[in-house]
Design a protein. Sequence first.
Length: 242
Amino acid sequence: MNITSTDKPRRRRTRYWRTRHAQTGAQHALRQPVWLFDLDNTLHNASRHAFPVIDAAMAAHVAQALGLDAAAAKALCMDYWDRYGATLSGLIRHHPHIRPQDFLHATHPLAELTAHVYPMRGLQRTLARLPGRKILFTNGPHHYGAALAEALGIARYFEAIHGIDDGGYIPKPQTQAFLRLLKRFRLNPRRCVMVEDSLANLETARKLGMRTVWLRPGWHGHGAVDVGVRELKGVATVWRNR
């Protein structure tokens, strides 16, 4: 079929409209992102209290389950964490008789963990100022994420929690951990912004098309990082100025 001269401007206008529509959609996604927040050492200082409690509980549970002394159990926990990204992943692979749900409950004693919490400076104000949906994405179990969110006074800012037990016990930074979250909440990764203290986790997020915010005091730039902030409270300021 021949294309008449009157058809050509219409096609050009259509292409222009599609381009403008795509730009508008991208701008809207930028204004209303889905924020994926890590928990430990991102929203609160886990190193001051939570991590020592969890580490001690892990070593004790592994020692009892495998008949090891305290030193050997602690070394095994660290070895599995180094090799697989999470102690639980090593236990699932090498000691299938240890039930993941039992391990997670034994190693996250909520009463002790919530007795002392250390929120990042400006935590509630930062979350309140950020536009869009917010999901807590943690390598800890769901019940730990929920308890810490309540203890920190930030549960109302999050529409959902995605713990390691919500994603088939697959930890970040494994790609499958991210894909399971995306599938569970039907998210487009290009609308997501991952806020993390872990560079390895941000590298996976970036490969999937997410934008990334690295919480690191001495940040000097990295290819997988869109924005670096020295403190959590800087996220809202940087985002507003983008």
